[in-house]
Design a protein around this ligand. Structure first.
Ligand SMILES: Cc1ncc(COP(=O)(O)O)c(C=O)c1O
Length: 390
């Protein structure tokens, strides 16, 4: 036994800090009473700086996918023209939801592992007559790529000033700076099990005035995910339906920890990313995303054709390291290492150490200690870099 708890290095659900775990075990309260009112208001307000918004943040009891569905059904009508910019399986899912509800979806498909260019988005938006909405993925968890939402949103506004901009920010919001209002985004979604260090079960949606205006005329069917019902009940400190109270306790505690850490949250994710990339490269793995577009929360690497992945991953699991595999067309071809939420430098050093051991046992050409040293070197350099820019 190398660890009493696994090193859960998947891109969500993320490991829970002890105080978050304890928060989830608290006694229930009346969800129509004063304690819940204070909790809901504290959490919705506490989220706003991370979204970079002054607008409403709605707490939904559902998976992140429910938040994406809410973004679609509350703002659109069947037949509406939608441009889905997709760079991986989560972008495809967002597009699919719009299609299922009857939107007329055209896709700008970016090669998996790459990020969309503002010029391509501008051109695609300009080509679509009566464009009602553009769907963007902030951080594509299936490939480990982050897009430049500020630049993409500016491109959309140039080509189609009236189009709504709906953003899946599920897997990096909270871990990297974000500025919904400054960038002119209309609806942004995230999920409790990612950077927020809480269990799965809640999606958070920030809704701007243009999205609320669109909701007044949008005719896609909705009931459970009707955001206007949440808006109506929010002033009384209630949600329309019984919320996941225990998950909200955890989100509340996660936010408290994040607030105490301040800007350090962003620096910690930067350092974890740099260490991960250096460590994996030192092991000889080729990374899917180039540095310029690489995600701060998840890193994807190609599985070498000569490596028996099943046996290799078995060794990782026996030594307490849990990684994620590939999704969609990358299934069996890549592995992904999550570095978000409660991630520490120790977690990454430990993960690289286990990977290194398994690599040596599986005949990869690695000198013992080389990958851990590379991660450690990246830690030293990243600490200097982020200290200088902080
Ligand atoms: C970018 C992105 N979008 C959507 C989802 C879906 O969230 P959920 O699995 O909570 O429905 C995820 C979850 O991994 C994600 O990373």
């Amino acid at each position: 036994v190398t660890r009493f708890e696994p090193n859960l290095r998947i891109p969500g659900p993320t490991a829970l800090p002890p105080s978050v775990r304890e928060a989830g075990g608290r006694q229930m309260v009346n969800h129509r009473g004063e304690e819940f009112k204070a909790l809901l208001q504290r959490v919705s307000e506490g989220m706003k700086p991370y979204f970079g918004t002054q607008h409403d943040v709605i707490m939904l009891t559902c998976a992140g996918t429910g938040g994406l569905e809410a973004a679609i059904v509350n703002t659109l009508s069947p037949g509406d023209r939608v441009l889905a910019v997709t760079m991986g399986s989560f972008g495809d899912r967002f597009a699919k939801i719009a299609e299922v509800y009857g939107a007329s979806v055209s896709r700008l498909e970016v090669e998996w592992g790459m990020a969309p260019s503002p010029a391509a988005v501008r051109a695609a938006a300009a080509e679509t007559p009566d464009l009602k909405a553009v769907l963007l993925t902030h951080n594509e968890t299936s490939t480990g790529v982050t897009s430049d939402i500020a630049a993409l949103a500016a491109a959309v506004r140039e080509a189609a000033p009236n189009a709504l901009i709906l953003v899946d920010a599920i897997s990096a919001l909270g871990a990297v700076p974000f500025a919904m209002d400054e960038w002119g985004l209309d609806l942004v979604v995230t999920g409790s099990q990612k950077a927020w260090m809480a269990a799965p079960g809640m999606a958070m949606a920030a809704v701007g005035p243009r999205a609320w205006a669109a909701a007044e005329t949008a005719t896609m069917p909705r009931f459970y995910l009707d955001l206007s019902r949440h808006r109506e009940t929010a002033p009384a400190g209630e949600t329309p339906w019984t919320p996941a109270v225990a998950v909200m306790y955890q989100v509340d505690e996660g936010l408290r920890l994040m607030q105490a850490e301040g800007e350090g949250v962003y620096r910690r994710h930067e350092v974890a990313q740099a260490m991960t990339r250096a460590g994996l490269r030192a092991l000889g793995f080729e990374l899917l995303a180039e540095d310029a577009v690489a995600s701060k929360t998840v890193t994807a690497a190609w599985i070498p054709e000569t490596l028996d992945w099943k046996s290799f991953n078995g060794a990782l699991k026996r030594n307490g390291l849990v990684l994620a595999g590939g999704q969609g067309k990358l299934k069996g071809r890549i592995f992904r290492l999550g570095h978000l939420g409660s991630v520490t430098t120790d977690d990454i050093l430990a993960a690289i150490g286990v990977l290194e051991q398994a690599a040596i046992e599986h005949g990869l050409d690695v000198r013992p200690g080389a990958a851990v040293a590379a991660a450690q070197q990246a830690l030293v350099e990243a600490r200097v870099r982020v200290a200088v820019t902080a």
